[in-house]
Design a protein around this ligand. Structure first.
Ligand SMILES: [Zn+2]
Length: 679
């Protein structure tokens, strides 16, 4: 083990549960740590590949699973900081390291001697007496090597390497442009009358943002969600709503140094080239092969099934909102930047419900406790606050997760407020995964990051219903990681369109009246949310679901359209997108917030490319799964235990079989249609 404070990333951590010692980690430590740990992994891999012994599961697959531990650790800590608390130094490292890591990854995956060993073991797998889990792990390694080009000839391998390297650089560029533009100022207000309609806390947050941006006395709205969404919902100034909305959707599309159009066209083209090299017609075919959906046709079929019912409902929502405009003598047609405002008005009118009535009951600390309580009631676990574990920002809080009998499960970090160094959105990830090789049980370190309403000088964080659901959602991903219970973490590969089941199912509990009663407490009086207000939420359940579904489906179609391209021609991004939306007949009153130039899910990494549909695919599963609880007992312990065992703790290459073990049958779409009021 190397020593010295600059080597902290490479040392054994003497911290509680070997948590990252964030108080000692400096940005400057990462580059040398990356170089050293890549070198170390390379040596480990070469030793496995060059072993004179006959290849066995243990000396090859299990040895690979054990290798690269330090690189993995450095990469995960870096990944967290670079997404949630970045700075110029980390961004520069990210630019420099991306191509080196892509190259390193290719060095491993394209190592011929190593692949020959894996193939040999794979071919005789039936005779090896492997456990089911070992068999899954072996298949994962074999397919991951083949899908990374291990079977290609030398010339094609070279081409593949250069594509991967270029893509890795394009992703970093996209990500950095995206962050810059999300933190950009969407609107500065300097006249009080331009604040018309905005609730007091929104005005206050904007005033504080102005101070932060050196414009004291003014009001600043950024393109971060908690800043611009309340503005769109409440501002009575139509022209200002238009400015903010356009600034948001046009992130990455301003023909300036942060423009993403060229990057996108190049990324799409390189993805086709790579798919072709690997023997697939399109990038989507390549990606989907290992998802539940399997083929682009299946994805389009699901989107098409939902599109018409969703559009029908959205048209009705337009008519309802236009009626308000007409009645008030508005003399204009509802536009995309009016939607949020009139949807709020409509909700108020139809259900006597609005965002401002709910927020006082959704103090972050109460909501988080509500989510913890749901997990406690379902699985018998406990979350205990720890103040002795280092964090990377004062907003981060740490909890120890324990079984009912006190057994340590893992550590959970929450980091919920927006700041300039944090990218938009919400996510769950981990500093370390569970594993149990050779009886050495490694416990997981899991974190959730969000961009929820920030506390102001005189009020705590008061969340919107949407943010509440997101918090529950991310905790669901967190539980999935915390409950891992396998020998090899590599056997728990979860397909993208299955991984949203554990998260989305949690959102159902967030909305349940019986659960709301327990955590939605007024931040000043501590009174539970009145029955009457809970009833209103229940009645408004289908409200705006046409819009939500259409906006989401439009983005999913756009993602798929980019990735079923069969030629490598570079494209005019605006024209491509217009054509894509024209084909599905998107109505002009809805403009999806996810446009190519700001579609981080699909262009800032390989992550969700031809995978944005996953949320609705998994929604079919989670609606069906939640029905099992709803029909018996919201906190049915036997069902929860079965869900934990079959869905949350393990992985397999037949996720439908896993689901059926829990539910007894394949899911149908009706639970989802009913939930969204599209039936
Ligand atoms: Zn998710």
């Amino acid at each position: 083990m190397q020593s010295g404070p600059e080597k902290v990333l490479l040392q054994d951590w003497k911290t509680p549960y070997q948590t990252p010692p964030f108080d000692e980690i400096k940005s400057a430590h990462f580059m040398p740590a990356f170089l050293a740990t890549m070198e170390a992994e390379k040596a480990e891999v070469e030793a496995i590949a060059g072993s004179g012994q006959e290849p066995t599961f243990e000396n090859t697959i299990e040895a690979l699973e054990r290798s690269g531990e330090l690189l993995d650790r450095v990469g995960r800590v870096f990944g967290c900081l670079n997404s949630a608390e970045t700075n110029e130094q980390l961004q520069a490292i990210s630019r420099d390291i991306a191509p080196l890591r892509a190259r390193h990854n290719d060095d491993v995956k394209l190592n011929e001697a190593l692949f020959a060993r894996i193939r040999e073991i794979y071919q005789k797998r039936d005779r090896l007496g492997l456990t089911a889990e070992q068999d899954t792990l072996l298949e994962n390694y074999y397919l991951s090597f083949v899908r990374s080009g291990a079977d290609l000839n030398d010339e094609d391998k070279k081409k593949l390497r250069s594509i991967n390297e270029e893509l890795s650089k394009l992703y970093v560029e996209f990500r950095q442009n995206h962050l810059k533009q999300t933190n950009a100022i969407g609107l500065v207000i300097d006249k009080k009358e331009d604040l018309a309609g905005l609730p007091g806390d929104v005005v206050q947050a904007a005033a504080e943002m102005a101070v932060e941006r050196d414009m004291p006395g003014k009001w600043v709205f950024t393109l971060q969600k908690p800043s611009f969404i309340p503005f769109l919902m409440h501002s009575e100034k139509r022209q200002l709503r238009e400015i903010v909305f356009k600034a948001y959707v046009n992130r990455g599309n301003n023909d300036d140094e942060f423009d993403n159009k060229k990057l996108i066209s190049r990324i799409a083209s390189l993805r086709v080239r790579r798919a072709n090299l690997l023997g697939y017609e399109t990038h989507a075919d390549y990606v989907l092969e290992r998802n539940m959906a399997k083929t682009p046709e299946k994805v389009y079929a699901l989107l098409n099934d939902l599109w018409e019912p969703a559009l029908r409902r959205a048209r009705k929502e337009v008519a309802d909102m236009q009626a308000i405009i007409d009645r008030e003598g508005g003399d204009f047609k509802l536009e995309a930047w009016d939607w949020w405002y009139y949807a709020e008005r409509l909700k108020k009118e139809k259900y006597d419900l609005d965002d401002a009535m709910l927020r006082p009951y959704f103090k972050m600390e109460n909501v988080r406790k509500g989510a913890f309580d749901v997990a406690e009631k379902l699985y018998g676990i406990r979350f205990v606050k720890r103040d002795d574990i280092a964090v990377y920002h004062p907003d981060v809080e740490v909890f120890e997760v324990l079984e009912a009998d006190g057994t340590h499960i893992g550590i959970f970090y929450s980091d919920y407020y927006p700041r300039d160094g944090k990218r938009s959105g919400a996510w769950s990830s981990s500093f370390r995964s569970q594993s149990n090789i050779g009886g050495d049980f490694i416990t997981p370190l899991v974190y959730n990051v969000g961009n929820f309403a920030k506390p102001t000088a005189d009020k705590p964080s008061l969340m919107s219903m949407d943010e509440v659901e997101t918090l529950f959602h991310e905790l669901g991903h967190g539980l999935n990681s915390l409950f891992g219970n396998t020998v090899y973490s590599g056997s728990r590969r979860v397909p993208r369109d299955f991984v949203e089941l554990p998260s989305q199912i949690m959102e159902n509990w967030a909305r349940e009246p019986a659960v709301l009663k327990t955590y939605a407490l007024h931040y000043e009086t501590g009174e539970p949310m009145p029955e009457e207000l809970i009833d209103k939420i229940e009645r408004a359940r289908h409200f705006n679901q046409g819009f939500m579904t259409v906006e989401y489906l439009a983005a999913s179609y756009l993602d798929m359209d980019w990735h079923v391209l069969t030629d490598t021609a570079e494209r005019d991004v605006a024209q491509f997108e217009e054509e894509s939306m024209r084909k599905i007949g998107l109505i002009p009153e809805i403009e999806s917030r996810y446009q190519s130039t700001n579609f981080g899910h699909i262009f800032s990494s390989g992550g969700y490319s031809s995978g944005y549909y996953s949320y609705i695919w998994a929604a079919v599963l989670d609606a069906d799964a939640f029905r099992a609880f709803k029909e018996t007992d919201l906190f049915n312990k036997d069902l929860a235990a079965s869900f934990r065992k079959h869905v949350l703790s393990m992985g397999s290459n037949d996720t439908m079989a896993q689901y059926i073990r829990f539910r007894g049958a394949e899911p149908t779409v009706d639970a989802l249609l009913e939930r969204r009021g599209l039936d």
